[in-house]
Design a protein around this ligand. Structure first.
Ligand code: FMN
Length: 169
């Protein structure tokens, strides 16, 4: 493995564990470093209501999210849930903060339903200020099935294809 291939960060936020499991799977597959976005204010029943309210209002949720540093990483996979048809508030905070980060960014979402994730992808790309190098959205209902394997495989194919040739593993 080229040393450069280990410069991938897999940054995740997960309120109830779905995205955490998938982020761990992705980090293993790309030999990336797993970094968690801390947002305890969105835990529990009051946190659930705050999450829905902040997301609907498209509020940044002032100070409720602690973002990890991405200094030293040249690529990132951002993983977390859909909230009210948008990437969840912690992911949106991260994507906005990554506007000046030069490397390729991929978005991997989890959701409760099979509704099309297009709006979430578009909103995330607008927050980041550019297109994602790969996207996926895995509904909770396909977890642990062949369909999850297919979606993860396709996402990783897109992600690897966008990698500079000298850094491909
Ligand atoms: C406040 C809130 C809003 C949500 N809104 C949506 C939604 O609009 N569409 C959807 O498919 N799932 C929605 N969900 C479900 C989550 O996206 C889904 O359960 C996801 O897998 C949770 O990931 P996590 O366990 O990593 O937190 C919402 C969940 C929460 C907490």
């Amino acid at each position: 493995m080229d040393a450069r291939t280990s410069q991938t960060a897999v940054v995740f936020y997960s309120r109830t564990g779905h995205s955490r499991r998938l982020a761990e799977r992705l980090a293993q597959q790309v030999q990336g470093q797993l970094l968690e976005i801390a947002a305890p204010a969105y835990g529990g029943i009051f946190g659930y209501m705050r999450a829905g309210y902040n997301s609907l209002k498209q509020s940044a949720g002032a100070g409720r999210v602690a973002l990890p540093s991405l200094a030293g990483f040249d690529r990132a996979i951002v993983c977390g849930p859909v909230w009210t048809s948008y990437p969840s508030v912690p992911l949106r905070n991260l994507l906005r903060a990554m506007q000046d980060h030069a490397g390729g960014v991929a978005l991997f979402l989890t959701s409760g339903a099979h509704s099309p994730p297009d709006k979430a992808f578009e909103t995330g790309a607008a927050d980041l200020g550019r297109a994602f190098v790969a996207t996926a959205c895995v509904p909770n209902g396909v977890e642990g099935t062949d369909e999850e394997d297919r979606m993860v495989g396709e996402f990783l194919r897109q992600f690897r294809a966008s990698q500079p040739a000298h850094a491909q593993d």
